[in-house]
Structures are given as structure tokens and as C-alpha cells.
Design a protein around this ligand. Sequence first.
Ligand code: PRX
Length: 657
Amino acid sequence: MTGTNPTPALYPVPDAFASKARVGSRAAYDQLVAAAEADYAGYWAQHARELLAWNKPFTKTLDESQAPFFKWFEDGELNASYNCLDRHVEAGLGDKVAIIFESDDGIVSKVTYKELLSRVSRLANVLKAQGVKKGDRVVLYLPMSVDGVVAMQACARIGATHSVVFGGFSAQSLRDRIEDAGAVLVITADEQKRGGKNLPLKAIVDEAISLGGCDSVKQMLVVRRTGGSVPMVAGRDAWLDELTASASDVCAPEWVSAEHPLFLLYTSGSTGKPKGVQHSTGGYLVHATLTTQWTFDLRPDDVFWCTADIGWVTGHTYVAYGPLSCGGTQVVFEGVPTYPDSARFWRMIQAHKVSIFYTAPTAIRALIKAAESNAEVHPKQFDLSSLRLLGTVGEPINPAAWEWYHREIGAGKCPIVDTFWQTETGGHMITPLPGAHALTPGSCTLPFPGIDAAVVDETGKEVPWGQGGVLVVRKPWPSMIRTIWGDPERFKKSYYPADFGGKYYLAGDGAIRDAETGYFTITGRIDDVLNVSGHRMGTMEIESALVSHPLVAEAAVVGRPDDLTGEAICAFVVLKRPRPTGDEAKKLAAELRNHVGHEIGPIAKPKDIRFGDNLPKTRSGKIMRRLLRVIAKGDAVTQDTSTLENPAILDQLAQSN
Ligand code: PRX
């Protein structure tokens, strides 16, 4: 470490890693950045040609004529499933293991590329036989499973656009997504197994459809997971295994334009209902493939494990597409890190000889806590020597957790890639390349080569290093969101607001660059979006769920820091009846929590519910969330409250915990 660098603990790149890495030095990284700057379109075109198999080559790389609706490689034709499966089988890798699957109850099965292609082709033929056509939307509500990956790939194979809904979302949330996407078919399972419990899936789809607005759905295919009994609707529902058994395992891929929508994935924004982020086929797959190669340095003999569920974008890019496009071997895990005990991850790394491990800071924090209180689940009980690279995603990682991960899991020798990106960005945006960047705990270091990220002020001007600002991306990139499904205006307003001249992609996060190294640290969302355990939640969504309860007159939701989950949801609630206290308050809080769980899903349940006679408001009636954040944190309000209509309410709310 240099004496002049004020940055605490800079971890140099281990020589052993750098000497073999795809991008093996800072100079190599700088050269890639310079190449992208010198000829931006040429840089991406070269990667697109080298990384993917195109049925028809593209002649034009980037079309900016309808900015911010950018198009990449548009006249090129390809198929994502062909790129993830057939081309590896054709190259002689058919017997290579694509997926090592471990179920919640510990049963392990392996699927080769040849077998995966056969399963995908069978399902693709079934979908076609059910009348699903290119461009149709198919909603997947499935457990973390090989079937989930197969379903995504099968949609891609026939040019259908999948929309995976995380299996923890409620019937109401599922209904909203089915309706918005106009899905023609839903693929689900009888039940899912998580943490030793059987949880319903098909029953929730049935409930979602019964809520109305899902007339577009003509068919439902049901994966047999637990064998639990579920009612089947004649003419609409069918067991997937019965149909695939008699289907052909050959299905020619449907060649689609690079701009053809590969998937929609719903995510929370600061206002209104979740938005359907639309991703392309070509540009998305280029970045998924390139980041898997450079950020994870994935090699043919690696065993890669990304613990994210396919219901989130991480499970799309770094489970269903990136590792398969690269012909890698990966672990897919059905369960949770704490079942049967909190050593599950470490035991699995040992058993499957995982070499690259990618997870969320929340999981690491929970496992640190468990290891500290129970030596039996401490990682030192396990042989983790197969690991060579670690990664994190989804939320800021606190330096203490980073150091533990580095020391206890990575034995001090594995670089950690702290990858910053979003549902909308399709793949990594700011991340270390492990052979090139020395690491600072808590920093995602520098932009991926070809990504023009910057920290700017409210006028769009870049701020000096060391000064905080707003994170933007100044140039379009191949895997970026194309639009919000059915709402192009909202896309423009959300991501290319007029404030920055409509020219920069606004990430919605604040950031600061280190004064010496220029390394980026993400300082958190600048809008009303919360990040709870790496899950993105809109405060407005939770407020709407709360006020839909018959007893609630008004609600305001804010985040507060939480040691385990990063942020915790704190709801301030005014009832239509006098403010409850004591046991009554506890009972009502539990009821409201369950109500939110029912409306959105358990991940949205507020941790704190505080009742007040009213909420702090300005004279014009605006709720002062800034002050609520202070109270939620347990701090004293020191701000000027003279503009408040009802300053006395602050004391009441502060004591309401
Ligand atoms: O606030 C940032 C945070 O997660 C948000 C994106 O959430 P989502 O679309 O659900 O995608 C999560 C997985 C890619 C971002 O706006 N975030 C994501 N990664 C990081 C992060 N915050 C800090 N550090 C990260 N590495």
C-alpha cells in the first residue's frame, strides 16, 4: 500500500490470479477502456461478433435515431438458446455438466449440455403445440430449479418472451404482472420446497387468475415438484411431464432480431406499480457473456455458483444465460442458506468444489452471525480450498462483512468482485475485474470497460472525485433496458429525465468516487426505493398495500439502516380509529404486516409499524418523509420543523416504538 494513499486497506491483485486472468493487469483494463473510448460502436461490435453465434450477421451496431430508445445490432439474427446450448453441443461439449442441481433436501443431480438441450427442445415443442408463438409472453412462477432454467431457455428457443415472477410474490402481485404482460401461458409447479417446508405455487396462480384481469392466459403447465395434490382445471391446466414425455427432443431455434424482447422482468420504482423492464436478445446476451468472462473470469474447468433466484435479474444473467452462454458448469440450488443449518453454503462449496461463488451481502451477514454463535457452522469446519473468486451483488457490502468474506471464505487469497448493477442494466456496470483491480472493501471500483459511468451534479456536470453526486451512464450500452413494457413515456421519464437534458441514463443511486483512486462507492438510492436484503421495494407500493386495509387511513413508509438486512422497512400508520397502544398496537401491527405480506409478498412486510394520530406534514399537506427517516432511525430531530403544520406529532411518533 502506498504511503500517500488515504484509502484504507487496498488489497492488491494476487499474482497467482492475475497471471492467469483474462484481463490480467490494470494496464490491460486501461487499454480496453481506451479502445471503447476510441471507437465505441466498433468495440461493442467486435465483442458481439466474437462472443456470439449469429444466424445473420448485423451490419449496423448502434442506432441512436430514436434516443433514448436505443437499438443494438438490430438487423442481426440470433437465438439465445442456440447460443447457450446447441453451439456447445456442436463443439463437442455435449457431455459436459451444465448444471449441478442440489435440492432443498440435499438430493444432487447433474445435467449435461446435451441433456439440457434435449429438455429445452421438448418443452419448446410443447409450448409450440399449446399455440405459443414468437413474441407471446409466458409467465414463469417456479421454484429455483433446472425446470426454471429449462423454461426460460425454451421460451427463448421459440422467440416467446418470458417474464419470471419470484415465487415469494403474492397472488395479487402475480396477477398484476400477468395482466400487465398479457401472458398467454403460465408455467408453475405444484409446490416449492424451501427450508424443509412445502409451499404452494399452483394454488397461488389459481388465486391470481381468480382475482380477474388474466383473461389472456389460456393454458397453465404444472411441474410436478412435491407431488402435492393440486386441483387441475380441465382444458386449461396440464402436467408438464406428461406433455414433454411424448414431445420430440428436436426443435429448431427460432431466429429473432437482436432487438427481439428476450424477457420482461418486473421491478419496483419510486411511483406506482412495478414496471416491466424489457430486455433485448442480442445486446443482453453480449453483455451477459462478456461480464461472465471478464468479471468472473469463467474458465472451462470452473464450477460457478450464483446463489440468486431466477426470479431476480441476477438469476437471469448469471444463472440462466451468462454461464450457459460461456459453456460453463454451474451449481443451481433450490433451498435457503440456513437449512438444515447455516453451514449449507459452505458444505455445498466443499461438496461440489465450487471455484467461483457469487452471493448477496445479506446472506453473508446472516452467516457471519450464525458462525459467531455456533462453531459447528463456522466456515473453518469446511474445506473451501476450491474457491478462487468471490462476488457480491444487490446492495452495498459493509467493510466488516467484506473483510470476513475475504478472510474466512476466501482464505485471504480470493479477490472479491463487488458488482454494481440493476435489473435495468442487464449485467455488471461498475465492478472490479479481478485480475486488474486492487480492491477496497465497500467499493465496486471502476466501470466495466465500455460502460461510461459518471458521478454528476443536478445539472449533469461531473463532480470532482471525493464529492458525492448522482450516478449516471452517459452512453447507451448493449444490455440496457429497452423500454418499460407498455409504457414508453414512463421509461423516458424514469431513466432519461429532462433534468440531465434527457441524455444520461439515471441509475437512481447516489455515488462518490475516491479522491485518490477514482473508485466508485454506491451511497444508496436517491429515490423512494428501498433495498431490503438486496430486494428492491418501492415505498409507494407498500403504502398502497397498507392503505388498502380497511382500518388504515394513511401510511408513510421509509427505510432505516439495519445490521442484517441493510435496510429495514418502517411504516408510520394512522388508523381510522383512535391510535392503538400496548397489546392492541401489537396485535394490529401483526395484522397489518400479514396484510402487506398478502398484498405483495412476505419480503415487503414492514419490520416496524408505528401508529400516530397523524403524520408530520407541511402546511401544503406534504408528508415530511425526511423527518420520518430520522425518527425511524431512532435519532433526535434536529432539523428546523417550523414549516410543519403539526410539529407535536414528532414527539408522539418518536415514542411510538
Ligand atoms: O441501489 C443499487 C443496489 O441495488 C439496486 C438495483 O436493484 P435490482 O434492480 O433489484 O438489482 C439487484 C441485482 C443487480 C441498485 O440501484 N445495488 C446493486 N448492486 C449493488 C448495489 N448497491 C451497492 N453495491 C452493489 N454492488
